[in-house]
Design a protein around this ligand. Structure first.
Ligand SMILES: Nc1ncnc2c1ncn2[C@@H]1O[C@H](COP(=O)(O)OP(=O)(O)O)[C@@H](O)[C@H]1O
Ligand SMILES: [Mg+2]
Length: 148
């Protein structure tokens, strides 16, 4: 009963604004198709979209992985660099290093991390300058079903 049901894995390419948001929208469709609760799909969609956009805008590329468990959804976003120098500052609402060309597309409000955190039940970020960034997020599927 407690085993993983299925997982989705997408590769995210850097600077690829043409397909921006495609991994997270495919994830939403797959979760909906599999009967995952509407509010859970909405939260997971937001978290995945923000993580995907950050990988596209700021990283050299990475991987977005979503695991579906009976009681929760696990999200793992891992990239290959360049990492974040000052994570505490990067997590502050409104902080952004988005380049002007990305701002022209409406990105760079500095709300990605705050949004990911707000929509997650568990949220942690590991980053190492020069190496990469790893985001782990958990969204519980229902209060009655939370892990003991
Ligand atoms: N995967 C990443 N790799 C390197 N830097 C990142 C990554 N994700 C976020 N950042 C840094 O954290 C800042 C804040 O991110 P975020 O809260 O999503 O706001 P925004 O994307 O609007 O800048 C970014 O401007 C960037 O400097
Ligand atoms: Mg962002």
């Amino acid at each position: 009963m407690w085993e993983e049901k299925f997982r989705l894995v997408y590769r995210v390419k850097p600077m690829d604004l043409a397909s921006a948001g495609s991994a997270s929208s495919q994830i939403k469709v797959e979760l909906q198709r599999n009967g995952i609760e509407e509010d859970v799909v909405r939260k997971v969609g937001i978290i995945c979209f923000e993580a995907e956009m950050n990988m596209i805008l700021y990283s050299t590329g990475g991987k977005l992985k979503v695991e579906v468990w009976p009681d929760r959804i696990e999200i793992l976003a891992e990239d290959d660099g360049p990492g974040i120098e000052d994570l505490q500052k990067a997590m502050e609402p409104g902080y952004s290093t988005a380049p002007p060309w990305a701002q022209d597309y409406g990105f760079g409000a500095g709300m990605g991390f705050p949004n990911m955190k707000q929509n997650s039940d568990v949220f942690d970020v590991e980053t190492k300058p020069g190496e990469g960034t790893r985001i782990h997020s958990v969204v519980y599927r229902s209060k009655d079903n939370e892990t003991p």
